[in-house]
Ligand binder design. Structure first.
Ligand code: CMP
Length: 223
């Protein structure tokens, strides 16, 4: 629990309270934890697994907001202020979480300023990320947008290392499209163009990142 950004620099006593209050749960892959608009009563602390947060736009397209892995937490927004869940959460693989209920969360926020500060820091980081993303997704061409989502996953540590030692993203074109806010066909074309630039190579459900600096140059339009 001490690794979770929510409890960064929190006193030992706060961690004791948390470990007594939380309830462990395990969910299978594809379990929907909650849907956008639901009333929120609980915060989720990721212990193992991967969770995708997404929204459905007016045309019915899914837009992925984030893919989270331990030691991150989510589901705090509906517990703060008015409004229900701001997005739908689905487990991408078997996922272990600790549930922290609203009353306990509120008590921790009131009694431990370091925890309140951590929540504010996380919200600020997410807001900054969304601002950057909005800029990229509204001004960049398909290649730049796809370069951006690949780099974001790479920076976020959502990678494995293949036999060649290159960073490997295990995602379908549809999943990349949902992150880039575009269609699968557009992603396929953009990946091909990036492959021709020599910065990535692709295999079914895999993108091998050969040159992250080159991707960044493409993103910033200096290549
Ligand atoms: P809540 O609104 O309760 O439920 C959905 C959760 O998704 C939300 O709390 C946040 O924890 C998380 N979330 C929403 N938007 C983002 C984002 N842009 N980046 C990361 N996490 C998010």
């Amino acid at each position: 629990l001490a690794q979770v950004p929510l409890f960064h620099k929190a006193p030992a006593r706060a961690l004791e309270i948390v470990s007594e209050a939380v309830q462990p749960r395990t969910f299978d892959a594809d379990t929907v934890l909650f849907r956008e608009g639901d009333r929120g009563e609980v915060l989720y602390i990721l212990h193992k697994g991967t969770v995708k947060l997404f929204k459905i736009d007016l045309e019915g397209h899914e837009k992925t907001l984030a893919i989270l892995k331990p030691p991150e937490f989510f589901g705090e927004m509906a517990l703060l202020g008015e409004g229900g869940r701001s997005a739908t959460a689905v487990c991408l693989r078997e996922t272990h979480v600790y549930l922290l209920f609203k009353d306990d969360f509120e008590r921790l926020l009131r009694e431990y300023p370091s925890i309140s500060l951590n929540v504010a820091n996380t919200l600020s980081q997410r807001l900054r990320g969304m601002g950057d993303e909005a800029q990229v997704l509204s001004y960049k061409d398909a290649q730049g947008r796809v370069a951006y989502v690949i780099l974001r996953l790479y920076w976020g540590g959502h990678i494995d290392f293949g036999e060649t030692g290159h960073a490997l993203l295990r995602l379908t074109h549809q999943e990349l499209a949902s992150l880039a806010g575009t269609s699968r066909e557009t992603v396929t074309r953009a990946l091909k163009a990036l492959e021709e630039e020599g910065v990535i190579s692709t295999r079914p459900k895999e993108v091998l990142i050969k040159d992250p600096d080159g991707l960044e140059e493409i993103l910033h339009g200096v290549r």
